[in-house]
Write a protein that binds this ligand. Structure first.
Ligand code: PLP
Length: 388
């Protein structure tokens, strides 16, 4: 147990099982998206590759370099870098680079020329959300420029990517529009003499719902960790458990105010237990007054405001022991709250809960649960035959 008493458990088998689900669904064409330290789940690259992912995608180059240095040999794609990023290091480490602009292409082409080698790039088309990627009106010129860099041996365009704005709603008409923009971008690339082998547009939601075709590769992030933005399947398993342990307990009478502002006032005699985990560890303060935890097999409310380092549980007639374990969230198998519930209590999405509580919660120890989890996954007969 970590000195602070709180522990985040990463369920390796759940991640493997979810990866296998997507591999089965896509015929093995899964790029595992491990940005933000694998959505806060940490070093699980080997697990997803063993479970059927064929490549890995991350946002920034340092994330890709760290994976390569950590021994990951699979294809790696990095898609979010400033044009002055260290593209020489990227090319040297065989990292594929997404290209959203001519500035990026010039920088990557120059770096490859200095190294006397070819960089593998994926042209990134903005298909509709005006965020990352090349705007449609600049696309044709970007393709022409890319072809010129191919001709001098500095790059090879191996992929074309886009990212959908509304895929969590498969009925949204924007999906059709963005699919057409993407297909048009791919046709333009072909007319400019490019022949990318991998077109990729779908992430977790579109891969599950079929909101757009899956083309050659699906970039799967959230789904690996049991998060389904489309809420269309129950075949995925959450992969994090957060536990803490009791610092102290007290009995209080009716009318006792608890925590800053005394927001909660007890209605009857009850018992309170103090846990050493708070918003400084990533718990959303906004869940104050709503959140529950599981203790001795029962849901109990957190009472009063969530503090920086601590929270208080109202345990009713149960008198907890100091050091006793309390589950803040988990897969939900034994009645504990889930990350989805914490997201609802704090008006956010599951992604934010897992990333803020994961790697960014430096005071919480993180352990990879490999042992009991493997048998756990094997006992589930839905592993490779999801009904999706
Ligand atoms: C995060 C991200 C993904 C993965 O999306 P999920 O919905 O988490 O599967 C795919 N592509 C890009 C460009 C992303 O930024």
């Amino acid at each position: 147990m970590h000195p602070t008493g709180s522990e985040l458990i990463v369920h390796d088998a759940a991640i493997r099982e979810n990866t296998a689900t997507f591999a089965a669904l896509t015929g093995g064409r899964v790029m595992a998206v491990l940005k933000a330290d694998a959505f806060g789940h940490g070093a699980i690259a080997r697990s997803v590759l063993e479970a059927g992912a064929c490549s890995i995608g991350v946002a920034a180059l340092p994330e890709a370099l760290a994976l390569r240095e950590g021994g990951v040999d699979a294809p790696l794609l990095s898609w979010l870098n400033t044009p002055d990023a260290d593209f020489e290091a990227a090319i040297h480490a065989r990292i594929e680079l997404a290209v959203p602009s001519a500035e990026h292409l010039h920088a990557i082409g120059a770096a490859a020329a200095r190294l006397g080698t070819r960089a593998s790039v994926h042209l990134h088309a903005d298909v509709g959300m005006a965020r990352d990627g090349c705007p449609p009106r600049e696309w044709s010129a970007l393709c022409t420029l890319a072809r010129e860099y191919e001709a001098i041996g500095a790059i090879r365009v191996t992929g074309i990517m886009g990212h959908l704005s509304c895929a969590d709603d498969p009925e949204h008409p924007q999906n059709i529009r963005e699919r057409l923009v993407f297909e048009n971008a791919a046709r333009t690339a072909g007319r400019r003499g490019l022949s990318p082998r991998a077109l990729h547009l779908a992430a977790t939601a579109a891969t599950l719902t079929g909101a757009v075709p899956r083309f050659d590769v699906s970039r799967i992030g959230a789904g690996l960790f049991g998060i389904d933005p489309s809420r269309s399947t129950t075949a995925l398993r959450p992969a994090l458990t957060l536990r803490s342990r009791v610092v102290s307990v007290r009995e209080v009478g009716a009318g006792t105010g608890v925590g800053y502002g005394l927001d909660f006032v007890s209605e009857r005699r009850t018992h309170l237990a103090l846990l050493p985990v708070g918003y400084g560890d990533g718990l959303p303060r906004e869940a104050s007054g709503k959140a529950e935890v599981l203790v001795r097999g029962r849901r109990r409310p957190l009472v009063g405001r969530i503090s920086m380092d601590m929270v208080v549980v109202d345990t009713g007639d149960d008198v907890l022991e100091p050091n006793e374990a309390v589950t803040l969230f988990g897969p939900g198998d034994t009645g504990e709250p889930t990350v989805a519930e914490w997201a609802e209590w704090s008006h956010t999405i599951e992604h934010e809960i897992v990333t803020r509580l994961g790697s960014r919660a430096s005071r919480i120890s993180r352990t990879l649960d490999t042992a009991n989890a493997v048998s756990d996954a094997r006992t589930r007969d839905t592993v490779n035959t999801p009904q999706l």
